[in-house]
Design a protein around this ligand. Structure first.
Ligand code: HEC
Ligand code: HEC
Length: 375
């Protein structure tokens, strides 16, 4: 197996100035940035394994080398927050699978938020709503929320735009990314586009889980006997249908390790929808049957993304297994695949060792996703 060929291979852009660029003969637009060349080059994602779904990119925000680069700078720059103390990366740390290690996130001035920071691996593939409750649809739309959220960066877009317009570096970067002719054209939609582009490039496909599955040679070549047994517990239905079995793959499955659907996995007892401490999807759709449902999270890098669940209530994977094996709490819409089961000490260990095969160390060390200010 040539691991190298799976690695990040190309960052070389294609010259497509002919399509998007300003033609040489056209008059130059007036503006203080007009002299800086605008030569957009397509950003090429690493070659994704065949078993991945297609990454859909909005027609009005194609990935370009300069767009992604600008998004990366913005993501790591505390200038986005009201007092320049907190960047996106402050709550989405690469080494923690782009989470923050806290149960509930901490905003500017130690304000405690209401939810657990989500991992960002493969976030561009989730097309049925983002955030735990699916309240926004695209990465572009999402990007402006944390900036203005009073529990997060507490800034205003007007303030941020004004800071970026007078910045020594950013106006030229916006020019290169989006072809604006004047710093006055720096706008919220362009900030959103750049952050959308960068977050869309965060692709993870180099976990042991990826190598052991999908025709890349016999599973035993990659998985230890314990990991292999753990995967069987995670995946397979029991031979005897009456035998209670974890069956995690009903919801956590495939390359995204998620069905991308919404489910109630039994965290809270609720006789009525109002009993859920956090309404989740129901808070968005208003449908009683959606209360207490959350988007099934990917389990990629799950060993790095503790604590767990939308409110970070479980500190460890052991506690997560205790929750599932208890069968969860009663609610009308408790998913049928959540029911009590028991595991021997060995089976528990096997399941935990399988969960560790979802760690993608290439992803969490990939320099292209890291902090550009420390390069
Ligand atoms: C104060 C901490 C904090 C900061 C700062 C922050 N985030 Fe988040 N992020 C969160 C939390 C908490 C969630 C989950 C919120 C929810 O679901 O209601 C989240 C969710 C997300 C998601 C959704 C992932 C998914 O799978 O649905 C994306 C994308 C994201 N953040 C990107 C960003 C970007 C881009 C920035 C900077 C503009 C940023 N975040 C700044 C805490 C933070
Ligand atoms: C009915 C679908 C379903 C089944 C079956 C299921 N899960 Fe989940 N899982 C979810 C949902 C939904 C969440 C998010 C719940 C929340 O935070 O409110 C979740 C969250 C998690 C998390 C926390 C992830 C994070 O980023 O915080 C872990 C870990 C997890 N599940 C592991 C498992 C394991 C192990 C099994 C099998 C024992 C399993 N799940 C079975 C739906 C399911």
């Amino acid at each position: 197996m040539n691991r190298g060929s799976w690695r990040w291979s190309m960052m070389v852009g294609l010259l497509i100035a002919g399509i998007w660029g300003c033609g040489g003969d056209e008059p130059q637009p007036a503006g203080d940035l007009a002299d800086i060349p605008y030569v957009p080059q397509a950003y090429l994602l690493p070659e994704l394994p065949y078993f991945f779904p297609d990454l859909s990119v909005p027609a009005d925000n194609p990935l370009t080398v300069d767009g992604v680069e600008l998004g990366r700078y913005l993501f790591y720059d505390p200038i986005l927050s009201v007092d320049s103390t907190l960047s996106c990366a402050g709550c989405h740390r690469q080494e923690l699978g782009f989470t923050d290690g806290l149960a509930l996130s901490e905003g500017v001035g130690q304000t405690i938020g209401i939810r657990n920071a989500k991992p960002l691996a493969n976030v561009g593939f989730f097309e049925k709503g983002l955030f735990w409750d699916g309240r926004v649809q695209t990465l572009e739309e999402l990007a402006l929320h944390p900036i203005e959220d009073p529990l997060e960066m507490k800034n205003t877009l007007e303030n941020l735009i004004a800071d970026l317009q007078v910045h020594p570096e950013y106006p030229a970067m916006f020019r290169k990314a989006f072809g604006i002719a004047d710093r006055e054209e720096i706008s919220a939609p362009l900030i959103a586009k750049a952050l959308g582009q960068f977050t869309r490039t965060l692709v993870s496909f180099n976990a042991k889980y990826d190598y052991a599955n999908w025709d890349r040679g016999p599973e035993t070549q990659f998985f230890s006997p314990s990991e292999l047994r753990g995967q069987k517990l995670f995946n397979r239905e029991p031979i005897d249908p009456d035998e209670p079995h974890p069956g995690c793959s009903h919801c956590h499955v495939g390359p995204l390790v998620s069905t991308n659907e919404y489910a109630n996995n039994g965290l809270d007892e609720a006789l009525e929808p109002v009993d859920f401490p956090d309404p989740g999807l129901g808070g968005i759709t208003g449908k009683p049957s959606d209360f207490g449902k959350f988007r099934v999270p990917s389990l990629r890098n799950v060993a790095l993304t503790a604590p767990y669940m939308h409110d970070g209530r479980f500190a460890t994977l052991e506690e997560v297994l205790d929750h599932y094996s208890s069968g969860g709490h009663y609610a009308d819409n408790l998913d049928a695949n959540i029911f009590p089961f028991s595991l021997t000490a060995q089976e528990r260990e096997d399941l935990l060792s399988f969960l560790h095969t979802l760690t993608d160390t290439v992803f969490v060390q990939e320099p292209a996703y890291g902090n550009p200010f420390s390069e």
